[in-house]
Design a protein around this ligand. Structure first.
Ligand code: PLP
Length: 454
């Protein structure tokens, strides 16, 4: 009998996060100040001190506070599955494993950092937090984290997703958060964008600007971000550490290929960073790590590697990353969590150094893969995750052609139970592909900040 799932006991859960900054062959370039554009190690006064320290830390292991571990234990460790039924349907000799983060209360990987961030804010006496959300997964996860620690939360939700996914807003409200569509009339940035374009569908870059402006305006408020930055990727490594232990100790396996979707990069980096460690130290030179993004928002595959702001209004620090330009507003694909102009600097740095690769896929093909996954493995996946499923299936089919029995590990970032409008559109033939919006990207790239050399 071949096992279908691998389960770790609560007592064997990781007690420290893995910080890849300790093992990078070249350090990450320092941030640039959004005003002076000079190199800075000083983060803006947006986050609690403990988070600021983690952002720049080069300690390899950072302890997970016991209070955070206790909350993690309410849904972690998550299960590592072997996709036997999908393998059979594809008639592939490949072995497909997937680590499923959809069993968190909020339905995705996002609570791994939401709970940690809410904890550090609470510890430093913060009463109120602001944030942005794309598809609503991050906003709902932070709403839950803030509910656990008694912190007020205001979420700026990208307008196209606010309209596509009303139940995500209800979920945030149930956990006690306030959620408004972005661009909103509540901030100066929002009012300016609405005056220029009353029909703006919004973007993560706009929503981030609104949340930052709101946090800067009040002494009792800090800002929290659900992806991109180093400390978020750090918190997500709890997942990769669990997975590595389960694969090596229980499944007697090690991946040849790891696949995940990337919006800002947090779910995928959380899974692959503990494995990339083995590539960095030369023990697993052949491991392939594939970042998957939408054709309509192809940050790594078509963007430039340049200094850019993390938000539309230029209030966030300037970072060196792959970018489509901070003013770029991506087409309204259903994978709202992948509509971001930039990418985690850690992923971009690893890409530049040749440790990870990237691929872009079209919306319709991702839903086709998601439906095949649902009909074989039973899980209805988030539209974001469907991007990773597409490439997993493509790689498994390549194995069928070549006869190779590769081990593929899929980062399954969440369920799609609040995304049924997207499935409805796909199943009724109304969903369309959005091609790469080359002209809009060209225009946005004209607005990159000029940064003096260090
Ligand atoms: C289910 C799911 N997967 C993936 C993502 C993409 O974000 P990240 O790249 O930070 O994992 C999101 C973002 O909202 C999401 O909700």
């Amino acid at each position: 009998m071949e096992r279908s799932k691998f389960i770790l006991d609560e007592k064997d859960m990781p007690t420290a996060w893995y910080n890849v900054q300790a093992d990078l062959p070249e350090p990450l370039p320092p941030l640039r100040h959004p005003g002076t554009k000079e190199p800075t190690r000083l983060p803006p006064p947006l986050f609690p001190e403990a988070i600021n320290e983690q952002e720049f830390s080069t300690e390899r292991w950072i302890d997970i506070p016991e209070e955070v571990q206790a909350i993690y234990r309410t849904w972690r460790p998550t299960i590592l599955h072997r996709a036997h039924r999908l393998e059979k349907a594809l008639d592939t000799p490949a072995k497909i494993f997937f680590k499923y983060e959809g069993t968190s209360q909020a339905g995705s990987h996002k609570p791994n950092t939401a709970v940690a961030q809410a904890y550090y804010n609470k510890k430093e006496g913060i009463k109120r937090i602001t944030t942005e959300t794309g598809a609503g997964q991050w906003g709902s996860a932070l709403a839950m984290g803030c509910a656990f620690f008694g912190i007020e939360l205001k979420v700026y939700m990208v307008k196209v997703s606010y309209n596509q996914k009303p139940y995500r807003r209800n979920l945030m409200e149930t956990w006690g958060a306030q959620c408004v569509p972005s661009p909103s009339p509540d901030t100066e940035v929002g009012r300016r964008i609405l005056a220029e374009d009353p029909d703006s569908t919004g973007s993560l870059g706009i929503a981030i600007s609104e949340a930052i402006e709101d946090a800067f305006a009040r002494d009792d408020t800090k800002y929290s971000i659900g992806s991109v930055v180093n400390h978020v990727l750090l918190h997500q490594t709890v997942n990769g550490l669990e997975t590595k232990k389960m694969m090596m100790e229980q499944a007697d396996a090690y991946p040849d290929i790891i696949v995940g979707c990337v919006g800002g990069g947090s779910n995928f980096a959380g899974l692959f960073l503990p494995f990339v460690k083995d590539k960095l130290d030369g023990t697993k030179p052949d491991l392939r790590i594939i970042n998957v993004e939408p054709t309509s928002c192809p940050t790594i595959t078509k963007g430039v590697y340049a200094w850019d702001y993390g938000d539309v209004a230029g209030m966030a620090p300037i970072v060196l990353m792959h970018t489509l330009g901070h003013t770029f507003v991506p087409p309204p694909v259903h994978a709202g969590g992948l509509r971001y102009h930039g990418m985690a600097p850690i992923i971009c740095h690893l890409h530049k150094l040749g440790f990870v690769e990237a691929r872009a896929v079209n919306q319709l093909a991702t839903f086709e893969a998601g439906v095949q996954f649902a009909r074989t493995e039973g899980i209805v996946s988030a539209p974001e995750t469907n991007h990773a499923i597409r490439v997993t299936i493509d790689e498994a089919l390549k194995c069928k052609e070549s006869g190779e029995s590769k081990t593929i590990l899929l980062a399954h970032s969440g369920h799609g139970h609040f995304d049924m409008a997207a499935y409805d559109a796909y199943l009724s033939g109304k969903l369309v592909d959005y091609e790469y919006p080359e002209e809009k990207v060209k225009e946005a790239l004209k607005h990159l900040p000029e940064v003096p050399s260090a």
